[in-house]
Design a protein around this ligand. Structure first.
Ligand SMILES: *Cc1c(COP(=O)(O)O)cnc(C)c1O
Length: 420
C-alpha cells in the first residue's frame, strides 16, 4: 500500500495551482473554522458576480424597468443556452434552451421522441442506478404509452447498450453521463454510437457532468440531452435546467406541452398552436429571468477558468482523495466505490461504509465537513475545482478517518432525516 498523501503535499499543490484565485470569486465564510464544503456536486457555491447580477436584475431590470425589460429578457433562454452550449457542452448555437427543471425537460424530450417512434418500438431503456427522477419520469411515460421499461445493469458500457437495443424494438435509451451514486462516467460517444446502430435515439442526463467534465455533444453526435445548473454550474437552488436537441432532429419533434413561449409568432396570440422553428419550440411558459441570469454568470465563470484545466484539477484532487482513502480509510472498513480510471470517473468520489449515514451526521455536526450521504451506504465527496482546495479535500478525508476511528458517529441516530 503506498503511503498516504501528506497535508504538506496538498498545501504545495494549492500553492502552485493556477486555478487557486478563482476561489475568491465565490462568497466564502471568512471564519477560519468555517466548514469544508465537499457538497458542491449537490448545490454549488454562490459566485460573487451572481449576487451582483441578481441585484441588478431584481432592482434595476425588474424594479425600475418593469414590463419594459421584456425587450432584453425575451430571448434570454436561447442566448444563455447558446453560451452554455458553447462553453460547457460542445454544442453549436441554436440547440440549447434554458428553462424548467431537469425533470420537466426530461419529460418533454422523452415524450417528444416516444410520440414519433416508429411502430414496433415498444421499449424504453435505462439503467437501474439512474437518478430517481429519471426512472420515475420514464416509468410514467412507459405506462401511459403502453411501453416496456427495460432496466439494464448499473453504469452500463456500450456493449450492454448494444445488447439492450439490438432487436430494434427500443424507442429511447436514457442514461446519466455521470452516475450520481457511484460517480462513474459513462461512454457518451460509444453508447450513442451503439444505440445508433439500430436508429435508437439516446437521451443523456448531464446533471452530474455539466461544468465538471468536458462534453462534446456535437462531436459525439448526441441527439438529445438535459441537465441541471445548480450543481457544478453554481446557478443556485432551483435554477433553470437546460435541454439540448440536435439541430437536425428539432423539426421532427414537438414538445408535449404546447405553451405560448414555444409557439411560432408568440404575440400574434392566434387561434391555433404552431410550434416555433428551432430549439425555441421546446419552451413552455414564461422563463425564470433571475434564474437565467444566474446560469449565465455561472457559465461565464467556468468558461473563464476553462473546462480542460478544471477537469485536470478535479482528477488530481480525486486521485489524492482515493490514495488517501486507500491508505487511511480502507483499514477502517471503507471502500472506494468510484471507478479509478480517469476516463471512467466524474467529479465526485463515493466512499462506501455500512455506517455512512451516521458518519455524515457526525462530520457535519462535530467536525466541520459537509459531504452528503446517498442510500444505502455512500459518503460522497464532491470535487468542485473552482473553489475546492487540495488541502480541503485532505482535511475532509482526515476528519472522516477521525470520526470512524474514534467511533464518534455512534451517538447519532440511525433514522434518516427529511433531507439527506
Ligand atoms: C440532480 C439531478 C436531477 C435533478 O432534477 P431536478 O428536476 O432539478 O430536481 C436530475 N437528474 C440527475 C441525474 C441529477 O443528478
Amino acid at each position: 500500500m503506498p503511503p498516504a498523501p501528506s497535508r504538506a503535499e496538498a498545501e504545495e499543490r494549492d500553492r502552485v495551482d493556477a486555478l487557486a484565485p478563482f476561489r475568491e470569486r465565490f462568497v466564502l465564510d471568512p471564519d477560519p473554522g468555517a466548514p469544508i464544503y465537499v457538497d458542491g456536486n449537490s448545490l454549488g457555491r454562490l459566485p460573487r458576480s451572481t449576487a451582483t447580477r441578481l441585484r441588478e436584475v431584481v432592482e434595476e431590470e425588474w424594479g425600475r424597468g418593469l414590463v419594459g425589460s421584456w425587450g432584453q429578457w425575451i430571448d434570454l433562454a436561447v442566448a444563455v443556452g447558446d453560451r452554455l452550449g458553447r462553453a460547457l457542452l460542445g454544442a453549436a448555437e441554436g440547440q440549447v434552451l434554458v428553462g424548467d427543471s431537469t425533470t420537466v425537460n426530461l419529460y418533454k424530450l422523452a415524450t417528444a421522441v416516444v410520440d414519433v417512434a416508429p411502430a414496433g418500438r415498444t421499449a424504453v431503456v435505462t439503467d437501474a442506478a439512474n437518478f430517481p427522477t429519471d426512472r420515475f419520469v420514464l416509468q410514467g411515460i412507459a405506462e401511459r404509452h403502453g411501453l416496456e421499461l427495460r432496466m439494464i445493469d448499473d453504469d452500463p458500457d456500450a456493449d450492454q447498450v448494444a445488447a439492450a437495443t439490438r432487436a430494434g424494438d427500443v424507442a429511447l435509451v436514457c442514461l446519466s453521463h455521470v452516475a450520481y451514486r457511484s460517480g462513474a462516467l459513462l461512454d457518451l460517444r460509444g453508447i450513442t454510437d451503439a444505440a445508433r446502430v439500430t436508429d435508437t435515439p439516446a437521451l443523456w442526463d448531464l446533471s452530474h457532468s455539466v461544468g465538471a467534465v468536458p462534453i462534446g455533444l456535437d462531436d459525439a453526435g448526441v441527439d438529445l440531452a438535459v441537465g441541471c445548473t445548480y450543481k457544478y454550474v453554481n446557478a443556485g437552488p432551483g435554477a433553470p435546467a437546460f435541454l439540448f436537441v440536435r439541430r437536425g432532429l428539432q423539426e421532427r419533434l414537438r414538445s408535449p406541452i404546447w405553451g405560448w413561449f414555444g409557439a411560432a409568432d408568440q404575440f400574434a396570440m392566434g387561434p391555433e398552436y404552431e410550434p416555433a422553428p428551432g430549439i425555441g419550440r421546446f419552451a413552455a411558459g414564461t422563463p425564470p429571468i433571475p434564474g437565467l441570469a444566474a446560469v449565465d454568470e455561472g457559465t461565464c465563470l467556468l468558461e473563464e477558468a476553462g473546462l480542460a484545466r478544471l477537469r485536470d484539477k478535479s482528477l488530481a484532487i480525486g486521485d489524492q482523495v482515493i490514495a488517501h482513502a486507500d491508505a487511511v480509510l480502507a483499514p477502517l472498513g471503507f471502500e472506494v466505490a468510484t471507478p479509478r480510471l480517469h476516463d471512467r470517473r466524474g467529479s465526485h468520489v463515493s466512499l462506501r461504509h455500512p455506517e455512512a449515514w451516521r458518519l455524515c451526521q457526525a462530520l457535519v455536526a462535530e467536525l466541520g465537513v459537509v459531504p452528503d450521504f446517498r442510500e444505502p451506504d455512500l459518503v460522497r465527496i464532491g470535487i468542485t475545482p473552482l473553489y475546492l482546495r487540495f488541502v480541503d479535500a485532505w482535511d475532509a478525508i482526515d476528519r472522516l478517518r477521525l470520526v470512524a476511528d474514534e467511533r464518534r458517529y455512534e451517538r447519532f441516530p440511525v433514522e434518516r432525516s427529511r433531507v439527506t
